[in-house]
Design a protein around this ligand. Structure first.
Ligand code: ZN
Ligand code: ZN
Length: 309
C-alpha cells in the first residue's frame, strides 16, 4: 500500500532568479507526482507539498542540491494522498505577505536583523528568570481565540498585512524596552515580524525555533502554551495532548459552549468570517451566523424556509 506524506518547509536565502527556481521546482514536483503550494521570492521559499513517500524523499534530496537550500529543514507529517487539489508554484514579492518586501533583508544566514532564536526550553528559562518577559502573538487575532501563550499580547490583525500599522500605532510602546517573545505556528511569520519590530525600536526581541508546533510537541499542555493550535488544513485545529491540563479557550459565538472549531458564517455571499461555533449552533441555520445584523437576517430567512408552512 502506498504511504503518503506531507512536507512543510521554508527557508530564507537570497534568490537572484526566482523565476528559474520556479521552473525547476515545478518540473521537479511534476516529475515526482507531488501536489501542493510553493511560493518563491527574492528572499526564499515557502512550501507545502504532498505525495508518495519515495517521491517526497527524492524531492528533499533534489531540492537540497541547490546550494542556497542545502541547510533547509523539512517537517514531515502524515498525508492521505488527497491533501492538495493541484500543484501551484508561484513567484511573489514576498513568501509571507507583510507588505515589507523592500524592508526585509536576507543573507546567507537567513533574515538579517531578526529576533534571537529560542529553543522551547530556553523560552521557559527566559520567562522563569525575568518577570518582564511578554509574549507577542505573530498570527492573525482570530487564531488566538482557541490557543495562545500565557498572558500573551494579541495584536489586532486580520491578516499579516496589518502588522506594520499595528506595531507603528503606539499601542505597544510600553513593551519596547522589555524582552518580547514573538511566536507563530511554525516560525516563518516571526522571522519577518521580529525584524520589523526591531527596526521600529523594540529592543529585545526573540522568536521560537520551530514556532508553537515545536514548543507544543515538547511540552504539550504542561508548559506555557494554553489551548489548541489553529491549523491551515481541513482539521482547522489541533491539540498537543488530551489531558486534564488542557485549557479550553474557545467558545461558541452564539451560545458560549466550549468549542475550538471555526465555521463559515451562513451569509457566505457577503460575509467571509470564520467564527467559533458549537456543533448544535452550526447545524441549525437560525444560529449559523457571525452576529452581524445582516448575517442574522440571512440566518433567520434560511431557518424560516426550512419550516413547514
Ligand atoms: Zn453554540
Ligand atoms: Zn457573517
Amino acid at each position: 500500500m502506498a504511504v503518503n506524506k506531507i512536507l512543510l518547509y521554508y527557508y530564507f536565502t537570497p534568490i537572484a532568479d526566482p523565476e528559474a527556481i520556479r521552473l525547476w521546482q515545478r518540473d521537479l514536483c511534476e516529475s515526482l507526482g507531488l501536489k501542493g503550494r510553493i511560493l518563491i521570492s527574492e528572499h526564499g521559499i515557502n512550501g507545502t507539498v504532498g505525495g508518495d513517500l519515495d517521491a517526497c524523499k527524492k524531492y528533499v534530496r533534489k531540492t537540497r542540491e541547490y546550494p542556497g537550500f542545502k541547510k533547509m529543514e523539512f517537517k514531515w507529517s502524515e498525508g492521505t494522498g488527497d491533501d492538495f487539489p493541484k500543484l501551484s508554484v508561484k513567484v511573489r514579492d514576498e513568501i509571507v505577505a507583510f507588505g515589507a518586501a523592500d524592508e526585509l533583508k536576507v543573507g546567507d544566514e537567513g533574515v538579517i536583523g531578526g529576533g534571537v532564536h529560542l529553543k522551547p526550553e530556553e523560552v521557559n528559562e527566559l520567562v522563569a528568570n525575568n518577570p518582564d518577559v511578554v509574549f507577542f502573538d505573530g498570527r492573525n487575532a482570530m487564531e488566538a481565540q482557541i490557543g495562545k501563550f500565557k498572558d500573551a499580547i494579541v495584536p489586532d490583525v486580520n491578516t499579516t498585512h496589518d502588522f506594520i500599522k499595528e506595531i507603528e500605532s503606539g499601542k505597544y510602546d510600553d513593551i519596547k524596552d522589555k524582552p518580547v517573545i514573538t511566536y507563530c505556528t511554525g516560525g516563518i511569520r516571526c522571522e519577518i515580524l521580529s525584524s520589523l519590530m526591531k527596526n521600529r525600536g523594540f529592543k529585545e526581541v526573540y522568536q521560537i525555533d520551530g514556532g508553537i508546533v515545536r514548543y507544543g510537541e515538547k511540552y504539550g499542555n504542561k508548559g506555557l502554551w494554553e489551548g489548541s493550535l489553529y491549523v491551515f488544513d481541513k482539521r482547522m485545529h489541533m491539540e498537543f495532548a488530551d489531558d486534564e491540563d488542557f485549557k479550553q479557550l474557545g467558545h461558541c459565538i452564539n451560545c458560549g459552549a466550549d468549542t475550538n472549531k471555526f465555521e463559515h458564517c451562513i451569509n457566505e455571499d457577503e460575509c467571509r468570517k470564520l467564527v467559533l461555533m458549537c456543533k448544535d449552533c452550526y447545524d441549525n441555520p437560525a444560529t449559523r451566523h457571525c452576529g452581524q445584523d445582516a448575517c442574522k437576517e440571512v440566518a433567520a430567512k434560511a431557518a424560516a424556509e426550512l419550516k413547514p408552512v
